[in-house]
Design a protein around this ligand. Structure first.
Ligand SMILES: Cc1ncc(CN)c(N)n1
Length: 214
């Protein structure tokens, strides 16, 4: 079994709970209440900020130029298409300026930011990759429902298509392969460390979905 699949299976409980979460069912149905969507997006905008910084660390620590290029291209997408989605969604949901940029951080958001910072601070590509593979792999897994029609409102539909389009699918496939490649050339302690970051990230993805309904 590949390293990435071994890690996903080791965290299957949280992984399944997140990918089949109430939020996922409601976003496909187009029924996420506006106050829940507002909470989700304002917290997630803070997540995205640190996430882009973690991408930067992956670019810095990768062992190959090809890998740096892949991450740089993905960072360009997040900071353009995904960023403008947030701004348009904030407008549609009438999110005030202060709430867009300085919301009170919830405990799961703060924990996720700390985890990404911790992974980056290890200066180890394997740990950065582990967290990035969870964040994008888990989102592809919930969003990839090829035979489902999209909900009418762009705030729901576009959040789905940002995470199930062909470019995103190919990036996640590459990410999983990259984690497998690095896992295969790493000693046990490095693999264990990556597994630790992977497991914490999966649990936090679940907490993040849970807390927006709390
Ligand atoms: C919490 C979280 N995890 C993952 C993603 C997908 N980029 C996200 N937007 N937010």
């Amino acid at each position: 079994m590949s390293f990435s699949e071994e890690l996903r299976q080791a965290n299957a409980g949280h992984w399944e709970a997140a990918t089949k979460h109430r939020f996922v069912e409601e976003i496909f149905a187009g029924t996420v209440p506006d106050d829940v969507m507002r909470r989700y997006l304002t917290q997630d905008y803070q997540f995205i900020d640190r996430f882009v910084a973690l991408l930067g660390m992956a670019i810095a620590t990768a062992d190959r130029f090809d890998s740096r290029v892949r991450f740089a291209q993905f960072a360009a997408m997040i900071t353009s298409d995904e960023n403008t989605y947030f701004l348009r969604a904030f407008d549609a949901l009438s999110v005030a300026e202060a709430e867009r940029h300085h919301p009170v951080l919830s405990a799961p958001t703060a924990a996720f930011l700390a985890l990404m910072q911790e992974a980056a601070a290890t200066n180890d590509y394997a740990n950065c990759l582990a967290v990035l593979t969870v964040a994008e792999g888990l989102y592809l897994d919930w969003a990839d429902r090829p035979d489902t029609t999209l909900p009418p409102a762009f705030i729901h539909a576009e959040w789905i298509t940002l995470h199930n389009n062909d470019g995103f699918r190919s990036f996640v496939t590459w990410l999983r392969g990259e984690l497998d490649r690095i896992g295969a050339v790493s000693e046990a302690s490095r693999r264990e460390s990556a597994a630790y970051f992977f497991g914490r990230a999966v649990a936090l993805e679940r907490d993040f979905f849970d807390h927006i309904y709390a």
